[in-house]
Design a binder for this molecule. Structure first.
Ligand SMILES: *Cc1c(COP(=O)(O)O)cnc(C)c1O
Length: 369
C-alpha cells in the first residue's frame, strides 16, 4: 500500500480485485499435485500463440532468459555483434553480453525506439543480429528494421519484454523477428506472481532448441541432447497467467485511457509526450514524458501526492558494466538527452479519471501554463 494520492503502482490493489480467481488458480494447481511442466504450462503457451499470432510460444523463467535462450537458439555467441539501443532496461544489453556476444549500440529516435538509420551505420562483418526494444510497449520501426536485416542477412531478436498487447500495423509485438522475448515480471502488463517470461517464434528449429534448452536439454528423462539450463515457467504462474491473459486487454485499455487524459490536459511546450501514430497501438507498460526541469517537477508532484519515476536516468552505455565496451558520454545524444529529461507519470489501471486529471493539472501548474 502507498501513501500517495496518485500512486505509480500498487500490486496489492491487483490482488484485491482478483483475490478469488487467484486463490482458485492456486487451489486448482496444488490440488492436482503436479508442479513441473504440466498441461497448464502447455495451455498457457497455446493461449499466447492464439493471442499473439506467433507460431510457437516457449514459456520460461523470465524475459531475460527468453532473450538469452532465443539468441542462443539462433546460433549467436562468442564474438558476434548484436545491435541494440542504449535506452532500455539493462537486461537487453546484459543478455547479449551473457551469451558471449558483443553489444553494439545504435541511438534512438525521439519516440525512444531504435533509429534504423543509426543501425545501418553500426553494421560490420561481425554483425549477426539486431535487438530492437519495444520500449514502454511501442513497437520499433519494424518495416525498416526487417529491411535492413534482410539486406545484410542478419537476424532479429526482439526485446518484446513490454509489448504484450502492443501492435504495429496490426501485427503483435514479438512476431516480427526471428524470435521475440516477452517478460511477465510483476511490473509488466501481463504479470506473473513473480518472475516469468516466454519466447515467441515462427521458426520450428529455434522453437525446438529453445524448448529443450530451458529444460536441461532433455529430450526425455534418460536422453540429454545437449546441456541446457533450468528455465521452466512455474505451473502456478502458468495458471495465473492464463487467467490474467483474459484480463490483459482491459488492463491496457485503462492505461491507454489514462494516457489520453494526460495528452488532453497537459499543455505543450515544456513536456513532450510521444504521439501515437495511426499504425501503432502502444500498450503503455510505462507512460513516459520528456520534461523540462525534470527533477524539480518530480519533487513538486511528490509534495502534492503524485508518485512518478525516472525510467531510466542513465543510458545503458554509461553504466559501469558497459565500461569495457568503450563508449563515452556524447556518443548517443538522443538517448542521453532523454535520460536527463525522462519522467514516467502514474497511469496504472486502478487510477480514476479524477486522479489522472489531478496529476495532469499539477504538471501545468508547475510550469505556470
Ligand atoms: C522487464 C524487461 C526485461 C527483463 O525481463 P525479466 O522478465 O524481468 O527478466 C528486458 N527488457 C526490457 C525492455 C524489460 O522491460
Amino acid at each position: 500500500m502507498t501513501d500517495f494520492k496518485v500512486p505509480f503502482i500498487d500490486l496489492a490493489l491487483r490482488y484485491q480485485e482478483e483475490r478469488e480467481e487467484i486463490l482458485a488458480c492456486i487451489d486448482r494447481v496444488l490440488s492436482k499435485g503436479h508442479l513441473v511442466l504440466t498441461e497448464e504450462v502447455n495451455e498457457f503457451e497455446a493461449d499466447v500463440v492464439r493471442y499473439t499470432g506467433a507460431r510457437h510460444c516457449i514459456s520460461m523463467n523470465s524475459g531475460t532468459d527468453a532473450l538469452m535462450i532465443g539468441m542462443w537458439a539462433m546460433g549467436i555467441g562468442k564474438g558476434d555483434e548484436v545491435i541494440t539501443p542504449p535506452v532500455s532496461f539493462v537486461a537487453s544489453t546484459g543478455s547479449i553480453a551473457h551469451i558471449g556476444a558483443v553489444p553494439v549500440y545504435a541511438d534512438v529516435k525521439d519516440d525512444q525506439t531504435i533509429d534504423p538509420a543509426e543501425i545501418e551505420k553500426r553494421i560490420t562483418p561481425r554483425t549477426r543480429a539486431i535487438m530492437p526494444v519495444h520500449w514502454v510497449g511501442r513497437i520499433a520501426d519494424m518495416d525498416a528494421i526487417r529491411d535492413i536485416a534482410k539486406r545484410h542477412n542478419i537476424k532479429i531478436i526482439e526485446d518484446a519484454a513490454q509489448s504484450m498487447g502492443a501492435y504495429y500495423k496490426g501485427k503483435h509485438g514479438g512476431t516480427f523477428g526471428d524470435a521475440g522475448a516477452v517478460s511477465a515480471h510483476p511490473l509488466k502488463n501481463l504479470n506473473a506472481l513473480g518472475d516469468g517470461g516466454f519466447l515467441l517464434t515462427d521458426d520450428d528449429e529455434i522453437a525446438h532448441k529453445a524448448r529443450l534448452y530451458r529444460n536441461h536439454g532433455l529430450e526425455s528423462r534418460d536422453n540429454c541432447a545437449f546441456y541446457g539450463v533450468n528455465s521452466r515457467l512455474d505451473v502456478l504462474n502458468a495458471e495465473v497467467l492464463k487467467f490474467r491473459l483474459t484480463r490483459l486487454k482491459g488492463v491496457i485499455d485503462q492505461r491507454r485511457r489514462n494516457a489520453n487524459i494526460y495528452r488532453k490536459i497537459i499543455k505543450p511546450g515544456h513536456v513532450q509526450i510521444p504521439e501515437e501514430k495511426s499504425h501503432e497501438v502502444v500498450s503503455y507498460v510505462m507512460f513516459i514524458t520528456q520534461a523540462d526541469d525534470r527533477d524539480r517537477l518530480q519533487k513538486f508532484l511528490a509534495e502534492r501526492g503524485v508518485q512518478t519515476l525516472v525510467y531510466y536516468g542513465t543510458a545503458l552505455h554509461l553504466h559501469k558494466a558497459a565500461a569495457s565496451l568503450g563508449y563515452k558520454r556524447g556518443d548517443f545524444p538522443m538517448a542521453e538527452r532523454q535520460c536527463d529529461r525522462v519522467l514516467a507519470l502514474p497511469h496504472m489501471q486502478y487510477l480514476s479519471e479524477d486522479q489522472v486529471a489531478y496529476a495532469a493539472e499539477l504538471v501545468n501548474k508547475f510550469y505556470g501554463v
